[in-house]
Design a protein around this ligand. Structure first.
Ligand SMILES: NC(=O)c1ccc[n+]([C@@H]2O[C@H](COP(=O)([O-])OP(=O)(O)OC[C@H]3O[C@@H](n4cnc5c(N)ncnc54)[C@H](OP(=O)(O)O)[C@@H]3O)[C@@H](O)[C@H]2O)c1
Length: 496
């Protein structure tokens, strides 16, 4: 029977239960978990540095945040064996000084050049570790960016970002199963938790890390994913951000964390032991100044539970708070005044996203491209416009209406003041319906069997939509060549 059991181990059909190394300082908690049967496998108390006393692998360890962490592990956690890995390895900027400092502090340091998503390179790296100092902890801080709006993402830009984070994590997860790790910590990012303009690929990669940590934890393995906010220390990822990018980040309500604060949060997270945590510095005043729809859903309770929300001051003409407040402000204004109000309001929004001090400094006839627009600015501007108008403008709106004045005219046309089209409610609803209709393809109207009806409405709106399509067949043939937007315009022109 013993031989049969050994054969099962040899075939990989059964495995030893996992061995979980825990810091001696957590002994009270560990015994509590054991007494309640909440653990899987063996629990071993570590009397060393809290990271198993062996080698700690830091992927991305030659980068901005990774190198700060390497110094912290040596200085504060007493780690004595470090393996820093990145593609550039010993050729990375500042590595010579980093290694010298770590060695002066008493650590033995190896720096390896490899792509962490390359499975055989990772396997090879792990077999080359010194027997006396087996791998006892992993910090996976490797990461890369390839930002762009969703429409502009390519297979390559998705792959580049997933590769380092998710590809690397899969390799480390699978290839370290035979090592008795005390910690497996992935550096994730807030973009995966809250979302962030232009970072769909990065968000997916980080969300993967969060899920992997939870899965590891559930199967009795160490696993922690830290969805970091923004580190103040400039790094490879944040060093390229210009003033407008930094201002945009602050407007999201996320403020930069000084290094000591971030490292202290790392220690707190280590002690907490939960699989997914968000170490980030939020600016609640900024969040409370936003309309509810602009605050990420996960943060809304946090914002609402504080002091009452501030009323936003925009152009100083009152009634500026709450969703879709612009149509309400336009209600009752004469047409010319309504257009001027929309123009002033658009200038204010443009000033905010382009980092101008006020709307007055925005030239309304200057092309957005000359103002410095990029796809992320376009998305942010579009989100602001939509939140306050109730419209669903596409993120490409600044390309279709390339100056603040043209954009404002377009919005004015969509949000007709009550004097033009009836009640304020009807204006908002009409505008919203009209935006939705623009997205409907002729094919979908045809397959839904309503194309003839729509054509009949466009051809003879005064006669009512129930007019027989057969009666209109000649006109319908001609009209079917037009897209829906042209049809709606035609119908409205007939109405005037
Ligand atoms: N800085 C922040 O505010 C912030 C906020 C949230 C999350 N984070 C996370 O913290 C981690 C470190 O970011 P950072 O700001 O310090 O950026 P960074 O300076 O660019 O560091 C990234 C590191 O990852 C390495 N790397 C990239 N792709 C790799 C691959 N395929 N294989 C091996 N190494 C690879 C890079 O070196 P090579 O290019 O030489 O490979 C570099 O050392 C990232 O995971 C990031 O998502 C940072």
């Amino acid at each position: 029977m013993f031989r049969a059991v050994l054969d099962l181990f040899a075939d990989g059909r059964i495995h030893l239960p996992p061995l979980s190394l825990r810091d001696i300082h957590d002994a009270r908690q560990v015994f509590r978990e054991m007494s309640q049967g909440r653990h899987i496998g063996k629990l071993v108390l570590d009397v060393g540095d809290g990271l198993g006393g062996g080698t700690v692998l830091v992927t991305g360890g030659t980068g901005g945040v990774g190198s700060l962490l390497a110094r912290h592990l040596v200085a504060e956690h007493g780690v004595r064996n470090l393996l820093l890995a990145s593609r550039s390895g010993p050729a990375a900027d500042g590595v010579t000084d980093l290694v010298a400092d770590l060695q002066d502090a008493g650590a033995a340091v190896q720096v390896a050049a490899l792509d962490i998503a390359d499975r055989s390179a990772v396997a090879d790296l792990l077999t080359r570790l010194p027997g006396r100092y087996p791998l006892t902890a992993v910090v996976h801080a490797a990461g890369a960016l390839a930002d762009g709006t969703v429409e502009s993402l390519t297979a390559q830009s998705v792959d580049d970002v997933l590769r380092a984070k998710a590809g690397g994590a899969i390799n480390l997860d699978e290839l370290t199963r035979e090592h008795h790790l005390s910690a497996f910590i992935a550096f994730s990012a807030l973009a995966g938790t809250l979302g962030n303009a232009g970072q769909a690929n990065y968000a997916a990669a980080n969300a993967f890390l969060d899920g992997l940590a939870a899965r590891r934890k559930a199967s009795g393995l160490p696993g922690t994913s830290l969805a970091w906010g923004w580190w103040e220390h400039s790094s490879g990822m944040t060093g390229e951000l210009d003033a407008a990018d930094l201002a945009r980040l602050r407007r999201t309500g996320i403020t930069a964390m000084p290094t000591p604060e971030a490292l202290a949060l790392f220690d707190t997270a280590r002690a907490d032991g939960k699989p997914a945590l968000v170490p980030a510095h939020l600016d609640l005043a900024v969040l409370r100044g936003k309309d509810a729809e602009e605050v990420p859903p996960l943060l809304r309770d946090l914002v609402e539970s504080g002091r009452p929300r501030r009323t936003r001051t925009g152009t100083g003409t009152g009634q500026e708070s709450g969703p879709a407040h612009l149509p309400a402000r336009l209600a009752g204004l004469p047409a010319a005044e309504a257009r001027a109000t929309v123009l002033e309001w658009v200038r204010e929004q443009v000033a905010v996203v382009f980092g101008h001090t006020s709307g007055a400094s925005v030239d309304v006839d200057e092309a957005f491209t000359r103002l410095g627009s990029d796809s992320l600015i376009a998305v942010e501007l579009c989100n602001r416009l939509n939140a306050s108008t109730g419209l669903r403008l596409p993120s490409t709106i600044v390309f279709s209406y390339p100056t603040p004045r043209e954009l404002s005219d377009h919005i004015s046309d969509l949000l007709r003041p009550p004097a033009d089209t009836g009640t304020a409610g009807a204006t908002e609803e009409d505008a919203a319906i009209r935006e939705v209709l623009r997205t409907v393809s002729i094919d979908s109207l045809r397959s839904a069997g309503v194309l003839d009806l729509v054509l009949a409405c466009a051809e003879a709106p005064g006669a009512g939509c129930a007019a027989s399509a057969a009666d209109e067949s000649a006109g319908a043939d001609e009209l079917s060549d037009l897209d829906l937007e042209a049809l709606v315009d035609l119908a409205l022109d007939d109405k005037r």
